[in-house]
Write a new protein. Structure first.
Length: 87
């Protein structure tokens, strides 16, 4: 079991971000110690790191942009707007 400080260090995030993840049940089996400190299983932290790294490796930024609607505006509209700005 890791303290929030140790877990955040492994995950390369802040302790407040880690606490938010615990509150939102994003790290499995986190529990409080007798003193009230959060403890996180190292296996949960390592699983989260693997998932994060897999997502980063497989990131398809073009698909994400398309999904968010960035390509709903035709390219010609951007070209016309750019020409007006530089004229």
């Amino acid at each position: 079991m890791l303290t929030t400080e140790a877990a955040a260090g492994l995950m390369q995030c802040s302790r407040s971000y880690l606490s938010m993840m615990i509150d939102n049940k994003k790290l499995a089996n986190a529990s409080r110690s007798a003193a009230g400190q959060w403890l996180v299983p190292e296996s949960s932290v390592r699983a989260w790191i693997e998932e994060r790294d897999a997502k980063a490796t497989n990131a398809d930024y073009h698909a994400a942009a398309e999904e968010s609607g960035m390509y709903d505006i035709p390219e010609t509209a951007f070209i016309k707007a750019n020409k007006r700005r530089h004229a």
